[in-house]
Write a protein that binds this ligand. Structure first.
Ligand code: G6P
Length: 470
């Protein structure tokens, strides 16, 4: 097996004093370490005239190479096309999607720049694995420069059906760009259905008996395998972190501040896909419809600020500030604050302890590729006294977490009913539900995900053998 080369916009370059990396980064580092691999991506810096060469660093048996993005392209690539066009579109939020040709061109230019800087670092036997919506055209750009290696792509966010994707003026281009890959992976069967539907309706291509589509890239026919690989977490590792953190000072302070009240917890980036206003309204509905919980329960929402350069994120921040204030104004007592809203990031280890002591994990995105918070909440529980996961039907995780209470986040009263049910759930039922989810999580880890994707990619014929002339 050759070297694995991972490419993603954000690169988890080790930096002294930084908190431990998340499960996904750890799993990728494991496969990179095993093959003496390279992780390539954006440095996080912009520059007037970026150098065409990548900055390189070796650490822990892994090579890291990063490039700066041109000042002039950063806005169009990152805040524009990636996060104000593709992100809302792929999350089914057409009303929030904006499109600008100049931004689409900047997105393409940055992808070309990525390809140009990576090309000289590649060996002929490398297997290249590109991640997420920021880098869809990168394989096409690499192929145009002559790359003959196997190239896989994994989309961490949902893949919508063509009825949604076709709102994008470049929809056909996106699909053609995907044909430059040997393998395109998505999170769930549902997303795979979206992807197949897009190829069928957008390009008239149907999958063959083994799940691949054949289409033309730069004058030659290629075959692209399509498949679903559900991402997981380092389940055992996270359980250990949570067990330790529960005795740490932060969790102890939280517990002391709660008195004998129950804790409901939510934690994510402050992003409109996470359904935070809906969640707050659901909690308010609990207090309105089930007054026996007044002064008996507290909802802690951690919302790490994100993508502040995009207006829809700033608007969401304002909306949440108002809603949290409003609910507290309506229901608080002089010794009880119903909503504790923390609009900044909290360290992962600290969160693990909070999850462990929370009676309910409330994970209710309006649309989400997988949602690893749902998995982390479950992994963090005390097996003798586990809490209850309430999970949106629109999270990819709902496909495999049958022990959760599933809810439609658009229905505030349904959320209130599930919250009431979770808060009153007897120990036996909590244990049964938790054990069934934990069994799945122990099988479907992040490492397993990375290995299964790479194994599928490496079993495919080399692109040269795979070329089929029309
Ligand atoms: C999601 C995306 C990632 C992205 C992350 C953080 O998880 O799938 O690709 O890196 O959000 O967003 P940011 O814009 O800060 O990179």
């Amino acid at each position: 097996m050759g070297r694995v080369v991972v490419v993603s916009n954000r690169v988890a370059v080790p930096r002294r004093g930084e908190p431990t990396a998340g499960g996904l980064a750890v799993a990728l580092k494991d496969v990179l370490k095993a093959s003496g691999g390279l992780w390539f991506g954006w440095s996080g810096e912009t520059r007037k005239e970026p150098s065409p060469e990548a900055k390189q660093l070796r650490s822990g048996g892994i090579d890291y190479a990063t490039i700066d993005i041109a000042d002039a392209d950063h806005q169009g690539f990152y805040a524009g096309y990636s996060n104000n066009t593709l992100w809302p579109l792929f999350h089914f939020r057409l009303g929030l999607m904006e499109y600008d040709r100049g931004e689409a061109a900047a997105y393409r230019r940055v992808n070309r720049q990525f390809a140009q800087a990576l090309m000289p670092l590649l060996g002929p036997k490398d297997t290249i694995w590109i991640h997420d919506y920021q880098l869809i055209p990168m394989a096409a750009e690499l192929r145009a420069l002559g790359a003959k290696q196997r190239i896989g792509f994994f989309l961490h966010i949902p893949f919508p059906p063509f009825a949604v994707l076709s709102a994008l003026p470049d929809a056909e281009q996106v699909l053609k760009d995907l044909l430059a890959y040997d393998l395109v992976g998505v999170q769930t069967k549902h997303d795979l259905g979206g992807l197949i539907n897009c190829f069928q309706e957008g390009l008239g291509l149907s999958p063959d008996a083994t799940g691949g589509v054949r289409g033309e890239v730069a004058g030659t026919m290629r075959r692209t395998q399509l498949s679903a690989h559900a991402i997981g977490i380092d389940t055992r590792g996270f359980a250990t972190i949570a067990r330790k953190a529960a005795y740490g000072p932060d969790t102890q302070r939280l517990v002391a501040s709660m008195g004998d009240r129950s804790l409901i917890v939510g934690a994510e980036r402050l992003d409109y896909t996470k359904g935070l206003p809906h969640r707050m309204r659901g909690f308010a509905a609990l207090l309105a419809h089930f007054p026996e919980h007044l002064n008996r329960v507290t909802y802690l929402q951690v919302a790490a600020r994100s993508r502040n350069e995009v207006a829809s994120y700033r608007n969401l921040r304002r909306e949440l500030d108002q809603l949290a204030g409003r609910i507290n104004g309506d229901y608080a007592e002089f010794d009880w604050t119903p909503v504790r809203y923390v609009a900044r990031a909290v360290a992962r280890d600290t969160l693990a302890g909070f999850y462990r002591v929370a009676r309910v994990g409330l994970v209710t995105p309006l649309r989400d590729g997988m949602n690893l918070v749902a998995k982390e909440y479950v992994a963090a529980q005390d097996p003798e006294d586990p809490g209850v996961l309430i999970l949106s039907q629109f999270a990819g995780a709902a496909e495999s977490m049958e022990g959760a209470l599933i809810v439609n986040p658009l229905d505030a009263v349904a959320m209130a009913e599930q919250l009431d049910r979770a808060l009153r759930m007897p120990l036996d039922e909590r244990k049964e539900r938790w054990e069934s989810m934990m069994r799945g999580l122990e099988e479907q880890t992040a490492t397993r995900w990375a290995e299964s994707f790479l194994a599928e990619l490496e079993e495919l014929p080399l692109p040269e053998q795979n070329l089929l002339w029309a």
